[in-house]
Ligand binder design. Structure first.
Ligand code: 13P
Ligand code: 13P
Ligand code: MG
Ligand code: MG
Length: 365
């Protein structure tokens, strides 16, 4: 059976700043998807990570379907009404256009979609991150799909060992989608040269070279490119199919133990380690640290099992302690050097104004 899984994520308001959505907001979005999804979707799931709400929809209408995207858009609009009624912070934050125009891409919400012939067993993962940017998935994807130090399947499985094709997008380019395809293992150095720059080059999708099947769909939205100014971080969503010709679930998760440093954190303007957290975790310390959660599902004829919260495990408690220490270490140096994003990437216009004012006071000796 040909199935599409569509994951759409947006921040439409949160309690106490940019921390977490309210129960009423989640319920309102749930009701809207329940009602509007009748006869349209096969199954759905709604969850949140930090202040972002993710809507996962399964259906047979293909990727980029107008009615599916409209369902999510309308649900987020309904949620925005509740957020306004409750006085939540940043009500409607990620809905950057007034009227729906066929597809939520380019309108603010983050989208990941996979369309495939359902395998007899179809395990997949939904990653949702807050207080960071789409490039935050670059390093974990590189390690999970190309490095036998993390992915034993590259050595042990004849299909996984045939490698993968990465599609990478240049997200600074705004005239259209500027993309490149690179095949691993042959081109891993070229891939690394691009993926080192998380703010510019972002993995959009990954395919198996053994079967041609798509394993990964990751969002590449840059809100700043849509809004023309900082309106919140581009907190990313990603779908990953696992097992058989793809990496095993545990191989995809393994690189997240690094808690690698990513852009985001307070005001989207800092650098902090990406902490793997349980689903439904809010943010706190310095509007962070950047967090990622991951739910595993199995699928049968489009019907979802209940989610398995993969970072809700004693191993990841230990990882969280290490990552918290790393977050404190970098925070100890405040605004200095590597702790804050370079000037060109600073998300708040305020510093540009300040530098503009100081410009006139410089003298040349
Ligand atoms: P099982 O033998 O439990 O199915 O595990 C196989 C596997 O690939 C684990 O990564
Ligand atoms: P969000 O993008 O998650 O809303 O965070 C914005 C922010 O400025 C946090 O300090
Ligand atoms: Mg917010
Ligand atoms: Mg957010």
């Amino acid at each position: 059976m040909r199935i599409t899984i569509t994951a759409i994520k947006a921040d439409v308001g949160s309690i106490g700043g940019h921390l977490t959505p309210s129960k009423a907001l989640l319920e309102r979005i749930s009701e809207a998807v329940n009602e509007g999804g009748k006869g349209l979707v096969i199954d759905h799931f709604i969850g949140h990570t930090g202040d972002d709400i993710a809507i996962l929809l399964t259906h047979d209408r293909g990727s980029g379907d107008e009615q599916i995207h409209r369902l999510a858009w309308d649900a987020f609009r309904a949620g925005t009404d509740t957020a306004k009624e409750q006085g939540l912070y940043g009500a409607g934050q990620d809905l950057l256009r007034d009227a729906f125009s066929g597809n939520v891409r380019g309108m603010g919400p983050a989208v990941a979609e996979l369309t495939f012939d359902e395998r007899p067993t179809e395990p997949f993962l939904m990653f949702t991150a807050d207080k960071t940017e789409p490039g935050a998935y670059n390093l974990p994807l590189y390690l999970a799909f190309t490095d036998p130090m993390y992915n034993a399947g590259l050595i042990l499985s004849p299909t996984v060992g045939q490698g993968f094709t990465f599609t990478v997008m240049d997200v600074e380019y705004v005239e259209g989608d500027r993309v490149i395809e690179l095949s691993t293992p042959e081109e891993i150095y070229d891939l690394a040269a691009l993926l080192r720059d998380n703010g510019r080059f972002v993995v959009e999708s990954i395919r198996s070279r053994a079967t041609g099947e798509q394993a990964v769909s990751s969002c590449t939205t840059r809100l700043r490119n849509i809004a023309g100014k900082y309106v919140g971080k581009d907190d990313p969503i990603m779908l990953v199919r696992t097992q058989k010709s793809f990496p095993a679930t545990g191989e995809v998760l393994a690189p997240f133990q690094l808690g690698h440093l990513v852009a985001g954190f307070m005001r989207g303007s800092h650098v902090g380690p990406l902490m793997p957290v349980k689903a439904g975790t809010g943010v706190s310390f310095f509007d962070g640290p950047p967090i990622v959660s991951c739910l595993a599902f199995s699928l049968r004829e489009g019907k979802l099992t209940e989610p398995c919260d993969v970072f809700d495990h004693p191993y990841w408690d230990w990882v969280r302690s290490n990552v918290a220490r790393k977050a404190s270490d970098i925070r100890a140096q405040g605004f200095s050097g590597a702790a804050m994003l370079p000037y060109a990437d600073l998300e708040y216009g305020g510093i540009t104004e300040r530098m503009g004012r100081l410009e006139d006071r410089f003298t040349i000796r």
